[in-house]
Design a binder for this molecule. Structure first.
Ligand SMILES: [Zn+2]
Ligand SMILES: [Zn+2]
Length: 286
């Protein structure tokens, strides 16, 4: 780790994310051991596998730099689509964008992940997508297994007490309305449900992006189809050559296709695309 890695703005979100994952895992293990009976071992193995993929992909995501640092940007090929970044003081290729949190340009930038203080780009998209997918699965399992806790909390029907306990457990704890143990269960169960809904929405968005081969910015900028080469090739471009195996483990090799600098745009006969991208052959007579 270099000095910048110890910046509180980088370390704090990672610590909070780790604490949330740790507390949800402990609560999930407790619920499995308490209620699951004969399926206990199978659920513990499943939980371990999901956790391995969530944490492993997060680890690889944070350790894989998506920036232009150390990348030879082929200064000779600067052309249309390239822009000059005044902060980094260099020309950067198409789809590359400066991140003001990371303070560096990111190759095929998608967005800045606030939970892990790292940008999502060409080099680490695979780890981001897999941790999101497995995070969603883990939270789905957790929400299903926590259903009993919600039923327990609501055993007297929907009262103001249960309503506030589920929506504002902190307030109920500070006002002495619930014991610390009830608060912990309500808080962690709440976090699981909110996390599940959040991951689900994000996963749907990124499945759509992956299907189209687009970044978030391209999607919202109306350029979602610019680099769309069909779902199979898009999956290769985003997840690597062995895109069908990356789900097994973050340590399965899947060599990246392309260098994050040169991209082939779809050959659509659209003037805006043709004038903005140098990699498309013009169908118009010269
Ligand atoms: Zn820059
Ligand atoms: Zn960033």
């Amino acid at each position: 780790m270099n000095k910048k890695d110890w910046d509180p703005a980088v370390v704090l979100p990672i610590c909070i994310t780790c604490m949330l994952i740790g507390s949800m895992t402990l609560e999930l293990i407790y619920v499995i051991l308490r209620d699951s009976g004969s399926s206990c071992l199978a659920l513990l193995i499943l939980t371990s596998y999901l956790l391995f993929n969530v944490v492993g992909n997060m680890w690889k995501f944070v350790r894989t730099s998506p920036t232009i640092k150390g990348v030879f940007l082929e200064q000779g090929s600067v052309g249309q689509g390239w822009v000059y970044c005044y902060t980094c003081q260099t020309h950067v290729p198409p789809r590359c964008q400066h991140c003001y949190n990371c303070n560096v340009c990111i190759l095929r930038r998608d967005h800045h992940c606030a939970l892990l203080s790292q940008c999502v780009g060409h080099a680490n998209y695979r780890y981001f997508f897999c941790s999101l997918f497995y995070g969603w699965l883990a939270l789905l399992l957790s929400t299903i297994l926590n259903a009993e806790i919600f039923i327990e909390l609501l055993h007297d029907g929907i009262s103001f007490h249960s309503f506030f306990l589920l929506l504002m457990p902190w307030m109920m704890l500070f006002t002495g309305q619930v014991t610390p143990s009830t608060f912990i269960f309500a808080f962690v169960a709440d976090t699981c449900v909110i996390g599940f809904l959040f991951c689900f929405a994000f996963l749907v968005l990124h499945c759509s992006l992956l299907y189209r081969g687009a970044t978030t910015k391209e999607w919202f900028g109306g350029l979602a189809r610019t680099y769309d080469h069909g779902w199979k090739r898009n999956a290769r471009n985003f997840l690597g050559e062995r895109w069908y195996l990356v789900w097994i483990s973050p340590w399965v090799e899947s060599k990246l296709v392309g260098d994050g600098i040169n991209f082939t745009a779809r050959q659509v006969f659209h003037k805006r695309l043709l004038t903005s991208n140098p990699y498309v052959e013009s169908p118009y007579p010269k």
